[in-house]
Write a protein of this length. Sequence first.
Lengths: 111, 120
Amino acid sequence: QSVLTQPPSASGTPGQRVTISCSGSSSNIGTNVVYWYQQLPGTAPKLLICRNDQRPSGVPDRFSASTSGTSASLAISGLRSEDEADYYCAAWDGRLSGQVVFGGGTKLTVL
Amino acid sequence: EVHLVESGGGLVQPGGSLRLSCAASGFTFTKHNMNWVRQAPGKGLEWVSKITSTGYTIYYADSVKGRFTISRDNAKNSLYLQMNSLRAEDTAVYYCARDALNDLCLFDYWGQGTLVTVSS
């Protein structure tokens, strides 16, 4: 299983706000920044959130993220059909000699 | 525009070897750390290896340590992954991914991936 824990699935209706959690430990989320990636069906992953809460240019402000202690969360407001994708969190893990760890991914379904 | 194009994937028998390449363009390759990230069929993402911009510092996931070797040729704007002693569990799409300048962000650009299948 993954070092970072995400719910396997999430869902919402258009216009709704959904959140996806990412749980880690003191060696990763507790001491290092968190990143979020979006993977649309059949495509390569794309950077969504950098360094806990920063959106790269081009990422809509409907996407936001935060961290607290050893957990992180991604929020998507004004849900749209094109947001249906897999979402992954990631962080460095100091206990693993500089290795990067991912969450198992959350499949978001827009109902 | 940043482009990362992987190549070299294919079918290989267990215990065999394969060398992946990633051709980079649209940015100053010599200034960026680079990574390989893989995704087994129907599974999540797994970071494989990182190499710093100069090539002096390298990291590996425990799952590939001792079997895979990452390298880069800054003169050719290329990243490589030599994979030896391949196992069925190494079957995955392998992505080349760039880190932003000064490590401000991990994996800010990704290639389209190349599929490696380990099977007899």
